[in-house]
Design a binder for this molecule. Structure first.
Ligand code: FES
Length: 135
């Protein structure tokens, strides 16, 4: 009886041992990878504010691409990198109002944007605190 229990235990051990070894190796490899690559442990960061700049063909022709550069420069100058992001979009189906920009979280859609308007909008929707930030 004792021999059969020992034999049974041995069979079970031999059967599950590869799974335990695989698990151990996987965990060890992950720990080593995290040590070597510290970025892996970083959080999925999201910006506080996003400026969507349409760079569809019509908006691009009317200065959409330059607006993206303009906003990027303002973000850099104000030290807001990481807090405010520019996202270039495809056509937003408002071509008659090109170039189009949208600022979130205010959901401020702005038609026929130019640098002067962009500066004003940046002041109002990016630099000014949103209601959620004012407490
Ligand atoms: S290309 Fe910008 S709205 Fe169509």
């Amino acid at each position: 009886m004792l021999l059969s229990v020992k034999l049974f235990s041995l069979i079970i051990f031999v059967h599950i041992q590869p799974e335990i070894t695989k698990l151990f190796l996987r965990e060890s490899a992950l720990a080593i990878y995290k040590t070597v690559n510290p970025y892996m442990s970083k959080h999925f960061n999201t910006p506080d504010k996003v400026i969507y700049v349409c760079t569809g063909s019509k908006c691009k022709k009317k200065g959409g691409k330059d607006l993206g550069k303009f906003f990027r420069g303002m973000i850099k100058d104000m030290g807001l990198k990481g807090q405010v992001e520019i996202v270039k979009t495809e056509c937003t189906d408002r071509c008659d109002y090109a170039p189009v920009v949208c600022m979130q979280p205010d959901n401020a859609w702005m038609p026929q944007m130019n640098e002067a308007k962009a500066q004003e909008a940046f002041q109002e929707h990016v630099l000014r605190a949103t209601p959620n930030e004012r407490h």
